[in-house]
Design a protein around this ligand. Sequence first.
Ligand code: HEC
Length: 142
Amino acid sequence: MKRLLALAAASPFALFGYFAATAHAHGDVTPQAVDVAGLKVLGAGWSKSNPYRKNARAEQIGASAFNQNCARCHGLGAVSGGIAPDLRYLPTGDEGDEIYLGRVRHGATRDGRVYMPPFEGMLSQEAMWAIRAWLESVRVVD
Ligand code: HEC
């Protein structure tokens, strides 16, 4: 019985490891350079909220940047297949911006396992906020 319980506790992680490995095998492992031409340059300091909210050009750039860098885990078009959260449900506005930026910069690691890689240094701040602008444009109200 103890063993069974231990197994049950361990299995979601084992399952995730499997899917993550599969996702890596199929998707682009190296972050893709994102062309942010046409967007206001943001400089070195981190903005607390999305400077490109509702910016059509940013949404367009963000859609393709998302599919190249995030879709292998979060799903094409941000429609999650279940291995990672469905980002269409992130809160809107500043609240969602804060959750979003923290996660994208630092990724998610628990017990030494990388659930999501950090994107700081891989994607520019401009690219991160462009993706966020697009995510808000496809948001689902639950
Ligand atoms: C290797 C798979 C993987 C990739 C690639 C990935 N993520 Fe994630 N992401 C995850 C997982 C798994 C979680 C849930 C982490 C947790 O439970 O702590 C997550 C969580 C998040 C969250 C927090 C969601 C919430 O509801 O709190 C955001 C925001 C996010 N990811 C954005 C992105 C963006 C944007 C990209 C692309 C630049 C990206 N992720 C790439 C796997 C990934």
